[in-house]
Design a protein around this ligand. Structure first.
Ligand code: FES
Length: 168
C-alpha cells in the first residue's frame, strides 16, 4: 500500500475547501464586477455633439445654439443641456460658451443697448468683446471659453470646451 494515500479526513477537507472556494467566487465576482463597472466602460470624451444649426445659415452675427448630450457619471446617466453663441469669422465658425467667467451667469449677445456689439452679463454688468475676450474694468477677469467646432451633413457639431484662442 502507498504511503501517499489520501485519508478520508484529507479528502473531505480538500473537497469542502474546493466547493467553498467556488461558491465564494460565484458570490464575489458579481460584486467586484459591479464595483469596477464604470472603469470597464469605454469612454466617449472628445466626441462631437450634433446640433440642429445649419452651418450655411451661420453669419457674422452671433446666434444662440442650444444642444444636449448624454453624460455618464459612474453608474448615473443624465441628459445635459448646454448652449453656445455661434458666428462666422471669415470662413471659420466660432462657438463661444455663454457661461460668464465672473460667477457663472449666462451672457447674452447685444443685450446691453449701450454696447450692442458685445456680450453682456446682466448679473453684475460684465461685458465681453464678440471674440469672448473680457472687457477690462468689468467684473469678469478672463475670456469666455470656446467650443471645438466641426460639421456633419451641413449641420454644426460642437465638441469639448477649450480656452479662448482670441487675444485682446
Ligand atoms: S456673473 Fe457675470 S458679471 Fe458677475
Amino acid at each position: 500500500m502507498s504511503k501517499n494515500r489520501v485519508t478520508r479526513r484529507q479528502f473531505l477537507t480538500y473537497t469542502i475547501t474546493g466547493v467553498g472556494g467556488f461558491m465564494a467566487a460565484g458570490m464575489l465576482m458579481p460584486m467586484v464586477r459591479f464595483a469596477i463597472d464604470p472603469i470597464l466602460q469605454t469612454k466617449e470624451e472628445g466626441d462631437f455633439v450634433q446640433t440642429s444649426q445649419k452651418a450655411a445659415e451661420i453669419t457674422e452675427v452671433p446666434v444662440k445654439v442650444d444642444f444636449s448630450y448624454e453624460q455618464t457619471d459612474g453608474w448615473y446617466k443624465s441628459e445635459v443641456s448646454d448652449a453656445a453663441w455661434v458666428y462666422k469669422e471669415g470662413d471659420q465658425i466660432v462657438a463661444i460658451s455663454p457661461v460668464c467667467k465672473h460667477l457663472g451667469c449666462t451672457v447674452n449677445w447685444a443685450s446691453d443697448p449701450t454696447h450692442p456689439d458685445q456680450f453682456f452679463c446682466a448679473c453684475h454688468a460684465g461685458r465681453y468683446e464678440k471674440s469672448g475676450v473680457n472687457v477690462k474694468g468689468t467684473p469678469p477677469l478672463g475670456p469666455l471659453d470656446m467650443f471645438e467646432v466641426s460639421e456633419n451633413d451641413g449641420f454644426l457639431m460642437l465638441g469639448k470646451k477649450i480656452a479662448n484662442t482670441h487675444s485682446n
